[in-house]
Design a protein around this ligand. Structure first.
Ligand SMILES: [Zn+2]
Length: 99
């Protein structure tokens, strides 16, 4: 993985089972609110915010479809890989057609 999930807040997901042998396996932290892309190699956050207070989870940020993603990190990590034309360029061209 290139980026890990960096959560501003995490909560302990309640264990689904109460049998002692299953509690440890099912108890896990889940991110709350927007998450940031933390470079797996350098530990830097893609959108450039301070990493103090960020909990880094051992999960692939790009594959983590179940979490809310920080727009800055999304633009820095996902958008350039997907398209070369920015949303702003598309809007400009589109409005130009109607002018
Ligand atoms: Zn971010």
């Amino acid at each position: 993985m290139r980026y890990k999930v960096g959560a501003e807040r995490v909560e302990q997901a309640p264990p689904l089972a109460h049998r002692p042998d299953e509690v440890v396996r099912s108890a896990r932290t889940a991110p709350v609110g927007p998450t940031h892309a933390v470079d797996a190699a350098t530990g830097a956050v893609a959108c450039g915010i301070n990493t103090d207070g960020i909990d880094v989870l051992d999960q692939d940020w790009e594959a983590a479809f179940f979490v809310e993603k920080c727009p800055g990190c999304y633009a820095a990590v996902v958008a350039p890989a997907r398209v070369n034309i920015s949303e702003a360029d598309l809007l400009t061209k589109r409005s130009g057609c109607w002018a």
